[in-house]
Design a protein around this ligand. Structure first.
Ligand SMILES: [Zn+2]
Length: 326
């Protein structure tokens, strides 16, 4: 694989890890067409897949895919069973993914099976198990050119079947792309390809990026003065609940213990909250005037009120702390 492409694929899988939580070893659901083409182009299943996703993989074959593969094989007259297909790797290489779609656990249509694993909930469309889909267009059979009438009719039937199989394979890829977070590998002209992110996946990725951006922003954005009408009004109530009570209520009880100025504080509190975003400088200056007094007193009671700082900043508590010390 060319360096440029492997770098691109590594980056792509990294994005699947960040956005959708993919982790190595990646679970790869391989389908019947994929196995057929891997065999036709003489690829080595595991190394080819690991080179494509640039990481360790765990390939899986669903029971329904296995049923589709074996059903397409001729029957061995000696045993009365289907021949084991030459392109089917042994279960030690390619373990079965047990899927039970019905009480009898009868195999269902391969494509329905794969889609049900990729998105267990047809409406929510979420690739919970973080599967990668490995698929391919069906192999085209080379039929010999006999001009016999019967053969020509058979050929037409074959062509119709091939066309149908091709449509089904394309449909699987289209429907898999509609589920966000499904990486798709497929064999294209003897090359194993990792598709770029589908639009639904890309949308989720952009949403995640946007959320990250949004989470990062508020702190620097709310601090500077903003006289805008819409945004600050919405944000300030939330901020008051989170930030307001602690610094204010922790400082004031100590003041109260020193001088009985309860009425002044009652006045101060709303004043400090209301013009918060407009005059932070003036506010700070006003408080600094009181500050030296409180600072001196705080030093005396350092060991006592400290616990109160964290637990309960109510003035009553602070008084009790005083009593204990004295
Ligand atoms: Zn199944």
């Amino acid at each position: 694989m060319r360096a440029k492409r492997s770098k691109k694929y590594r980056k792509l899988m990294h994005q699947y890890e960040l956005t959708f939580g993919f982790r190595e070893p990646y679970q790869v659901l391989v389908d019947s067409n994929f196995l057929q083409q891997v065999h036709n182009f003489k690829m080595d299943l595991m190394p080819a897949l690991e080179r494509t996703v640039q990481g360790q993989i765990k390939p899986l074959l669903t029971k329904c895919s296995l049923a589709a593969i074996t059903a397409a094989q001729p029957i061995n007259p000696k045993t009365g069973k289907h021949f084991r297909p030459i392109h089917l790797p042994p279960p030690t290489v390619l373990p079965l993914r047990h899927c039970s779609h019905n009480p009898e656990s009868e195999p269902i249509d391969e494509i329905d099976c794969l889609l049900s694993l990729l998105s267990p909930n047809a409406e929510a469309k979420k690739n919970k198990e973080h599967y990668i889909l490995a698929t391919a267009d069906p192999a085209v059979k080379k039929s010999d050119n006999n001009n016999d009438n019967q053969q020509r009719k058979r050929k037409r039937d074959e062509e119709r079947q091939e066309e149908q199989a091709l449509r089904r394979a394309r449909n699987l890829r289209i429907r898999a792309r509609s589920i966000p977070g499904v990486p798709i590998i497929y064999v294209k002209r003897s090359v194993m390809v990792l598709e770029p992110m589908s639009t639904p996946s890309e949308n989720v990725r952009e949403g995640v990026e946007r959320d990250k951006f949004r989470v990062g922003l508020p702190q620097p954005e709310t601090k500077p003065e903003e006289g805008q009408e819409g945004a600050p009004k919405k944000k300030i109530p939330g901020l008051k609940k989170a930030k307001g009570p602690n610094p204010l209520s922790v400082k004031k009880p100590k003041k109260r213990t020193a001088e009985p100025t309860g009425s002044k504080q009652a006045n101060k509190r709303p004043a400090s909250e209301a013009p918060r975003d407009n005059k932070p400088a003036e506010q700070a200056g006003g408080e600094e005037g009181d500050a030296p007094k409180t600072k001196r007193r705080r030093r005396h009671h350092k060991s006592g009120p400290r616990e109160g700082d964290e637990a309960d900043p109510a003035p009553v508590e602070a008084d009790q702390a005083m009593d204990v010390e004295a």
